[in-house]
Write a protein that binds this ligand. Structure first.
Ligand code: AMP
Length: 469
């Protein structure tokens, strides 16, 4: 099947072609033709399946006729996190570049007044997180009775984050005669209830999880016999130094550890940066942009912060901690091996992780291969070297006229003026300097981590021996 078979207009097909996509993913093939007819869609698909285009493409097509009125947007896309909202906005910019549509992005953590100005001018597409949307609504800057199409992205994550009352409220504010496109990776009871209450005879389009179909993800376990944090950090470094690690995301179960692991990697000369919910929005955006551009090679993240991050071509996912919830394992490793590219995941496990590991093994139907890092010769400071071009996402075209430009330039301006001071200390070293930095800084870090001196770049066998026999 090709995109030509889905009923999209030439303008959209041209934008899709420019984005480099040739054939629709299964969720796109299933959802787009139905959504174009105006019917409600229940899409069960997670990040990495191409779900974002499966709702943005029909949305653009259906809005291509008609115009927005001041303070009365014609469509609403609700996202659980600011990052996800930002990525959906980038998708819209990419696909709507041949259309004259306007867009407003209403997310928390950035200035309120400029968002209001954009709303006042009229937006065809409103992309929002629930809290900020309701703030604007309550201040009278927004009316929702013009909404023709309402989209919910990552509904199950909204549930996790406690947004369901907000979602119900928002559903009560939009007109009953509207189209609803509703996406969730999983269908817990509460989500089924929302679907049954607010969708009209939806067509259900379900695709399997990428991780369950992904022959493209090679999964490994590294058994860290010495389960101390320092032992795990040493194992992580050895895992990152393996050949073929271009860039990656390191997942930690606790926010605290995200910072500790990121700082430890930086001290060892890796180009690494943390991303979690306690960081200022501008800083998170900047980190994400640096990661996408290849300036930062290793992103250290918590599950919530990483949810929905659209990062093409991540070569590796590292689980510093095996997640307590097996579903999170599937979400995490789904960050690699996307859209036909190959990837690897490396999960550190200690003897305390037997239960979590058993849950993962049960869910994925087998145990990943054990990797013996003690024997793997570390490549020459691999991770410090040249940033991969394929980690770069194409810069999106802005759509419409004033809708998106002011907010982007403001954001850029803020992150430069404020972010630099705040980030200077934490800023990851430029890739070219990493090797030198790594050499300079290792002795200090060893001491700090409480590791025995003299390991060099090799993790000693005793740290990595199987804890499970
Ligand atoms: P999503 O599931 O929407 O987060 O998309 C996952 C990744 O797949 C993103 O990097 C998209 O740019 C990419 N993508 C979306 N649609 C396609 C397609 N038809 N072919 C190849 N890649 C795609």
């Amino acid at each position: 099947m090709t995109f030509d078979d889905l009923g999209l207009s030439p303008n959209l097909l041209a934008a899709i072609k420019d984005a480099g996509y040739t054939s629709p993913t299964p969720i796109q093939a299933g959802a787009i033709p139905v959504a174009l007819t105006g019917r409600d869609v229940l899409g069960i698909a997670q990040t990495g399946t191409g779900k974002t285009a499966s709702f943005t493409l029909p949305l653009i097509e259906r809005l291509s006729r008609g115009r927005a009125r001041a303070r009365m947007p014609r469509s609403l896309i609700l996202c659980p996190t600011r990052e996800l909202a930002d990525q959906v906005a980038q998708n819209v910019r990419t696909y709507a570049k041949n259309h004259k549509l306007t867009m407003a992005l209403l997310i928390g953590g950035v200035a309120f007044a400029p968002q209001k100005e954009i709303l006042d001018k009229g937006a065809d597409i409103l992309i929002a997180t629930p809290g900020r949307l309701l703030d604007h609504f309550e201040r009278g800057g927004l009316m929702l009775m013009g909404i023709e199409i309402m989209i919910i992205d990552e509904a199950d994550r909204m549930l996790d984050m406690g947004f369901i009352p907000d979602i119900e409220r928002i559903f009560s504010l939009v007109p009953p005669r509207r189209q609803t496109l509703f996406f969730s990776a999983t269908m817990p009871n509460e989500i089924v209830r929302i679907v049954n209450t607010f969708l009209k005879d939806p067509e259900r389009v379900e695709v399997s999880r990428p991780a369950q179909t992904a022959d493209t993800i090679k999964q490994y376990l590294v058994r860290v016999d010495n389960g101390s944090p320092a032992g795990k950090r040493a194992a992580l470094r050895a895992a990152i130094r393996r050949d073929g690690v271009k860039n990656g995301i390191v997942f930690c179960n606790r926010k605290r550890d995200v910072d500790i692991v990121a700082r430890s990697l930086q001290r060892h000369g890796f180009s690494a940066a943390p991303i979690h919910g306690d960081l200022a929005q501008v800083q998170r955006m900047k980190t994400l942009e640096d990661f996408k551009s290849g300036e930062v090679r290793i992103l250290v993240a918590s599950d919530v912060a990483a949810r929905g991050l659209d990062i093409p071509a991540v070569s590796h996912v590292f689980n510093f901690d095996i997640p307590r919830n097996a579903d999170d394992y599937v979400h995490r490793i789904g960050r690699t091996g996307r859209a036909g590219l190959t990837g690897e995941s490396v999960t550190l496990v200690t003897s305390d992780d037997k239960k979590s590991l058993a849950n993962v093994v049960k869910l994925i139907g087998g145990e990943p291969e054990t990797l013996d890092l003690g024997k793997a010769a570390p490549s020459a400071e691999a991770t410090g070297e040249a940033a991969p071009a394929e980690a770069r996402t194409p810069a999106p075209e802005t759509i419409g006229d004033e809708a998106s430009k002011p907010s982007r330039s403001r954001r850029g301006g803020r992150s430069r003026s404020k972010g630099d001071a705040g980030q200077a200390k934490e800023k990851a070293p430029a890739p070219a300097n990493d090797t030198a930095r790594a050499k300079e800084q290792k002795p200090k870090e060893r001491q700090k981590d409480g590791e025995a001196a003299g390991f060099g770049d090799h993790v000693p066998e005793f740290l990595l021996r199987s804890a499970f026999g």
